[in-house]
Structures are given as C-alpha cells and as structure tokens.
Design a protein around this ligand. Structure first.
Ligand SMILES: Nc1ncnc2c1ncn2[C@@H]1O[C@H](COP(=O)(O)OP(=O)(O)OP(=O)(O)O)[C@@H](O)[C@H]1O
Ligand SMILES: [Mg+2]
Length: 632
C-alpha cells in the first residue's frame, strides 16, 4: 500500500460546512472538569473588556475639559485614574493568560490520556486499518490544536462578546447616530467573513490530510530505514516522499493565500468604518452638535469594536479548520472495541462482583475458572470482508495437551492462535471452552489465563525485570529470576553490566531478537498461565540455547494446555500432536513419529531441515502420548 492509498483509506469524510457544535460540545466536556480555571477565564475576560472600554472614556473627558476649561483641569486626577485602569487591564491580561495556560495544559493531558486509554482497549483489527503515524498525529498535533482552541477560544468569545456589547451600549448612550454609522459596516463584514471562511476551511482540510500522509510516510521511513537501505530503495522512497511534499506545498500555499487576503480585508472594513466616523463625526463636531471628546471616544471605539470581530472571525475559521481534527480525536476517544464482553456477560460479572465471597473455583463471570477442552467448531475467519483465511476449521484440544502448528508461511497458523486468544473472533462458527462459546465468557478472564509469546516479541522501555514482571506485577524478584532461569535467559542477563536492572531500550531495541524472545518467554510463564501460546518463540535462538529450552519446555508445558508454532521443527518434535497447516486447513496431523512414518508433508519439511540431527531424539516422552486427530 502506498502512502497515498493509506492516507485516502483512513481519512474520515469531511463533514459539511460551518462549525459542528455537537463535536465541540463533546470536547468542551473535557474543559468543564476544570470549572475553577474556566470561571477565572470568564471573569478575567469580562474585566479585560471593561477596562478596554473604560480607558477611552477617560480620554474623552480629558479632551472635553481641555477644550471647555483649561484652567480648572487637574491632570493629576485623570493621570491617577488612567494609571489605575491600566493596572487593572494589565492584571486582567495576566490573569487570563495564566488561567488559559493552565486550562490548556490540563485539558490536553486529559484528552491524550483518554485517547491512550481507549487505544489500549481497542481490538487488534482497529490497528490493522490505521497506520501508527496516523494515530500519533491524532494524539500530538491534533490534540495540541484543539486544546489551544478550547482555552483561547473561550477567552475570545467571552471577551469579544462583552467588548462588543459594552461598546455598542456605550456608543448608543453617548450618540446613537454616530453609533449606527459604525454598525453599518458589520453586516457587510459578516458576509465577507462567511464566504472566505468556507474557502479557507476547504483548503485547510487538504493541508491536514496531506500532513497525515506525510506523518505516516515519516513513520514508515524511520521504522523501515534498514530495509530501505538494503534494498537501495532510498531514491524511490525519496521520490514518493517528494511527491507528497509537493502536494503539501501547493495546498499550503493556497491556504496561506486565502488567509493572507482575508485579514487585510477585515482591516479595510475597519478603516472604512473609521473613515465614516471621522467624516460624519467630524462634521457634527464642526456643527458643534457633539463635543470633540465624543469623536475621540468613537475613534477609539471603532478600533475596539473591530478587534473582537477579527478575533471571533479568526476563531470560527480556526474551529472550522480544526473540525476535522476534532472529529478524528473524538472518533479515537469514542471508538469502541469490536471485541468486548456482551451485556449478558457484563451483567453476570456485576452480579458476582457484588457477592462478598466469590465461590471457589469460579471465574469472575461465574463460569468455571479452570480451562479444560478447547474446540474450534466450523470456524470461518477473514481479516477483511469477503476474504477467508479459515473455512470450516475444526480442532479439539484436551486439557494439558501440547499442540504444535507447523506449515508454510502465510498458511494461517498465527491467525488460528489470534482467534484462540480472542484478539479476533470467528466470523462464523464458534470456539468453545468446555462446550461454551468463548463469547459467552469474560474476555478478561480468558486473556488473564493466557501466557503469550508473540511472533514479534514486544518489549517496553524499562529494565529486564520490569519487562518480565509485566504480566504479574506482584511477582517477587526471585520469581522473575526463576522464570528467566527456566527459559534459559538467566545466563545472558547475568552477563549484562547491570544484570536484571539493565535497560532494554525503546521496544527492546538494545537486545537481539533471540534475547527478546527469551524475555517474552519468561514473561509468559511467570504468571503460570493455564494456556500457553507461543508463536515462533524459539526461531531466533542458537542451537545450544535451544537445547536448554527444550528441557525447560518439557517442564513448562507439562500438564499445561499449549499451542506452539514453530518453523524449526526440532523444537516441537515432542509435542503431543503436530498439525500441518496449509491454506487455513489441517492437511496432516499426528505425533512426530507418526508423521515421519506417513512420509507426507511433515516428513518432507523435516527432512529438508538440516537441524534434524542437532537435537537428540530421546528428550520427549514427558509431554504424554499422542491423542487422536480432529475430524477436519
Ligand atoms: N492483520 C492482518 N490483516 C490482514 N491480513 C492478514 C493479517 N495477518 C495475516 N493476514 C493474512 O492472513 C493469512 C494467514 O496469515 P498468518 O499470519 O496466520 O500466517 P502464518 O501461518 O502465521 O504465517 P508465518 O508462518 O509466516 O507466520 C495470510 O495470507 C496473511 O496475508
Ligand atoms: Mg505467523
């Protein structure tokens, strides 16, 4: 999939014109948590508007008195008043900047946390459809933009409305004819603003969309830098990328041009209003219909009146531009996991939670805690609609049995385990745990009884101990060490400078793949799970370590239901049952010796692997005898 495809695929549809207040109300809830900051912003916005409007009154009085009676003029009195009002204005500005900054930071933190929390709940399928870069852009630049609008937008609205109302009332009281002259320009300006905002909105949507694609491209470029170098793809990547930046350039220019034209237009209108005031007002001063001070007041007010219009127009434009950001962030926060407990299961969990003493041997949902037989019954599954990876898949696994899955790459082995772990659910058919469809059981119960080693071992920044302890925070240091010893990881950990306290780096980047596999293996068995699921857990491990793991595995897997996928067939020779999976079907099934004797697919695969003689044949047996194969 090229970057273009991805960008187009994931972008939500642009909503209609104008500001969609429903979306903003949802975001506003995040701000309302901080009532105190919100109240302070409102208060300081009002006092700022008051001081803004009051200062020209002082000027008006001074001018009038200057003309009427220069003898009695006491400038000290006005000077003090002016200073006091200015101090009030300065304090208000300081107050709203502080309160606004605080609100912005807190709301930003909360929105990000809500997004992150939800990301953790979402099912795997959500991530299959969205590139990491897209998700990161939501939580960083989109979030930043929205919190700015929420905090400063509130200020602009309160201050703007208060200033305009205050100024209008004051003008009407002082001289309604001059006041109306100023207001004539407003409808014209409103009309111009609306039509410009529509254009700006469209071009800015194009900018955001391209920006998303660029972030995704950056992300893949960084993650895949080694592969690109090996395949000498740098030039091609660069060309793809420069196409994207070319698009970005042209849409940004259009957007910048539209914004560049709009603001001067507003300025022209406010100058026009000023000219009208000076023309009409100047005439009335000459006719001695109004004192000069009133004209001075109106000149100040004409500026004061258009400032908020400009700010509010900018705010609404910004809100429209950020509409898409808001939609995306809300969609992320509100996205519901496709896989979750049904209402019936949730109700049962609630009922059992209320009972002070939970019945022994029962899980949180009231079902049996022990996992016995697991069965796939006519399971169909595909990642995308219309695609079928598994069709009518049947498999029955007894408690304590070790089942190995082998076979061609892309055959569906990881998919089968993904379904078993309920990362995905069957599109048709069912997966039964002791005869009960697992969708009728608690998701949390199932997954907390799973020990998983995934195909791509995932570690998190932190120490080795922290990574092993990940699945069971209550485990002691000794338990962590024992687990590491059991899987044969202790030796390499011990050799590291800081031993178990060594940092693994972001994503475990400071360790080799084999080391990461061993650590995720230790992590999986630490909590002694009822079900152990291992996808290629030992593929990157040297034969010496593998030998040790073999012995360890025999101990770990004994009496535990386990599913093991391996390409290196020597690892799974001792499994109770080996399934050869091809095209989503079980094409062969049996114990190692049975399959070898069959001289079928498994035998061919096994013969091809030179490792055949590297592990002695006699380490098996411990895992029990081979049961019969499923009817598949
Ligand atoms: N997340 C996904 N989204 C869409 N298709 C997928 C996804 N994961 C796997 N597939 C497809 O499903 C099929 C089976 O893949 P699966 O990963 O189960 O194979 P596998 O047997 O585990 O292969 P390997 O041995 O290479 O790990 C493949 O055709 C693959 O393209
Ligand atoms: Mg796989």
């Amino acid at each position: 999939m090229t970057q273009q495809d991805k960008g187009a695929f994931i972008e939500p549809q642009s909503s209609g014109e104008g500001v969609d207040f429903k979306i903003w109300r949802k975001l506003w809830r995040f701000a309302m948590v901080y009532r105190w900051s919100v109240s302070l912003i409102v208060l300081f916005a009002l006092t700022t508007a008051f001081f803004d409007a009051a200062l020209p009154w002082v000027t008006r009085d001074v001018v009038n008195i200057l003309i009427d009676d220069q003898q009695t003029l006491d400038l000290r009195h006005y000077g003090l008043l002016y200073a006091a009002l200015s101090a009030g204005l300065a304090t208000s500005v300081f107050g709203f900047i502080r309160a606004g900054g605080k609100l912005r930071t807190s709301v930003g933190h909360d929105i990000r946390s809500a997004g992150f929390r939800n990301l953790q709940r979402l099912s795997f399928s959500y991530f299959d459809r969205r590139p990491v870069g897209w998700l990161m852009a939501r939580m960083t630049s989109d979030c930043e933009r929205l919190t700015n609008i929420l905090a400063w937008g509130l200020l602009d609205i309160v201050w703007g409305v208060a200033t305009m109302t205050g100024v209008t009332v004051a003008m009407m009281i002082v001289d309604w004819r001059l006041g109306l002259t100023l207001l004539i320009v407003v409808p014209l300006l409103a009309w111009i603003s609306k039509s410009f905002q529509k254009r700006i909105l469209n071009s800015s949507r194009a900018v955001r969309k391209t920006n998303s694609r660029i972030t995704a491209a950056y992300n893949e470029g960084i993650m895949g830098v080694r592969t690109s170098k090996v395949f000498v793809r740098e030039q091609a990547n660069l060309e793809e990328f420069s196409q994207l930046t070319g698009t970005m350039n042209s849409v940004s220019m259009r957007n910048a041009l539209q914004s560049a034209v709009y603001l001067p237009l507003v300025l022209v209108f406010s100058s026009l209003a000023l000219a009208l005031i000076m023309g009409v007002g100047g005439g009335r001063v000459v006719q001695l219909a109004i004192p000069l001070g009133t004209l001075v007041l109106f000149i100040s007010y004409s500026r004061l009146f258009f400032d908020p219009i400009q700010e509010l127009a900018r705010l609404f434009a910004e809100m429209q531009m950020a509409q898409a950001s808001a939609e995306r962030v809300i969609s992320l926060i509100e996205a519901t996991p496709e896989i979750k407990d049904s209402d019936e299961v949730l109700r049962r969990i609630e009922t059992y939670k209320k009972q002070a003493l939970a019945p022994e041997g029962l899980a949180e949902d009231g079902g049996p805690d022990k996992i016995g037989t697991i069965a796939f019954a006519s399971v169909d599954f595909g990642y995308k609609e219309g695609e079928q990876i598994l069709r009518g898949f049947d498999l029955e696994v007894r408690a304590g049995e070790t089942v190995a899955l082998v076979g061609q790459t892309g055959g569906g082995k990881s998919t089968i385990l993904g379904l078993l772990c309920r990362f995905y659910e069957p599109t048709c058919g069912e997966i039964l745990i002791d005869g009960v469809d697992y969708r009728e059981r608690s998701l949390h119960w199932l997954q907390s009884n799973l020990g998983i080693v995934l195909q791509e071992p995932q570690l998190f920044s932190g120490s080795i101990t922290e990574n092993i302890r990940y699945g069971d925070l209550s485990a002691s240091d000794q338990a962590v060490r024992d687990a590491a010893e059991l899987v044969g990881a202790h030796e390499f950990i011990d050799k590291m400078e800081e031993g178990y306290d060594s940092q693994v780096g972001e994503g475990g980047g400071r360790l080799s793949t084999g080391q990461k596999q061993l650590i995720s293996f230790a992590r999986a068995i630490l909590k002694s799970p009822q079900l152990l699921v291992m996808d290629e857990a030992t593929s990157s491990i040297d034969t010496e370590t593998e030998r040790r793991i073999q012995t360890a595995l025999a101990r770990v897997l004994k009496g535990r239901t386990s599913f093991v996928i391996a390409h290196r067939l020597s690892t799974i020779r001792n499994a109770d049952r080996i399934l050869v999976i091809e095209g989503g079907q079980i094409v062969e099934c049996g114990s190692h010796s049975e399959l070898i004797a069959n001289r079928g697919r498994y035998n061919t695969l096994y013969t091809q692997q030179s490792l055949r003689s590297s592990v002695p044949e006699d380490e098996g047996g411990a895992w029990g005898t081979a049961p019969s194969c499923p009817a598949s």
